[in-house]
Design a protein around this ligand. Structure first.
Ligand code: ATP
Length: 228
């Protein structure tokens, strides 16, 4: 479970990005984070995987108080969280296989186990035939599939995605959403910041709307709610 209590975040330049957020997200939920540009969506998400620290308040992710976590413990904490970005963030000199295996090699898994798991997740995202390709030999949608495979290879309880379809065409975006839906159906919590009105209004999930660093709407099966 993820729980934020009275979370505030002021950046060093004085910008108050988050102004008092209280929220609970239960294991297995799928929630969209929506809101205008600059509302605080990315900051909200970054605090959950400790890319940013809150200025005040508590953030509990799977029993870990993220706000108080020592920097040296952050890499271990992140093994239980998958993160997917708009711009994929793949390692350009590593193959598809190596990009996905990287996270498992870091925890010194047995080589045979690594191979089996990497092939399993690449199969799940439909990319088993591209294991030897480099990221720049792939389409944007394929690169995003690799990044999703990488995010789930450690079997995290939570996958956090910041605008995962932001660089993709509509058809590819639907395919990516289908993968997230399948991951969610295995019991993984998905938290996704998005500007994609059509997706939010079609694949109905919990919608948490953020404006000026506050939650202004939280609906079980909400809609996007903003004019495009
Ligand atoms: N590292 C930073 N230092 C200072 N201010 C920041 C930093 N990152 C974000 N901000 C500011 O914090 C506020 C919230 O930004 P954030 O990126 O969280 O919004 P967002 O809702 O994700 O926006 P978008 O939809 O455009 O990605 C904005 O005013 C932004 O300029």
């Amino acid at each position: 479970m993820i729980e934020m209590k009275d979370v505030h975040k002021t950046y060093p330049n004085g910008v108050k990005a988050i102004n008092g957020i209280d929220v609970k997200i239960h294991q297995g939920e799928f929630a969209y984070i929506v809101g205008p540009s600059g509302a605080g969506k990315s900051t909200f998400i970054k605090m959950m995987y400790r890319e940013e620290k809150p200025s005040t308040g508590t953030i509990n992710v799977n029993g870990v108080n993220v706000a108080k976590l020592k920097s040296s413990r952050v890499p271990i904490f992140r093994r239980n969280i998958g993160v997917v970005f708009q711009d994929f963030k793949l390692l350009p000199k590593l193959t598809v296989y190596e990009n996905v295996a990287f996270a498992l090699e870091a925890i010194e898994e047995h080589p045979e186990k690594i191979k089996a798991r990497v092939l399993e997740v690449l199969d799940l995202v439909g990319l088993k035939h591209k294991i030897r390709s480099l990221p720049d030999e792939l389409s944007g949608g394929e690169q995003q599939r690799v990044s999703i495979a990488r995010s789930i290879v450690n079997k995290p309880k939570v996958v956090i995605a910041d605008e995962p379809t932001g660089n993709l065409d509509p058809e590819t975006s639907w395919e990516i959403m289908d993968i997230f839906d399948r991951i969610n159906k295995t019991g993984t919590t998905i938290l996704m910041a998005t500007h994609n009105r059509e997706i939010v209004n079609t694949i109905r999930k919990r919608v948490i709307a953020v404006e000026n660093g506050k939650i202004v709407r939280d609906e079980v099966r909400g809609d996007y709610g903003y004019e495009s």
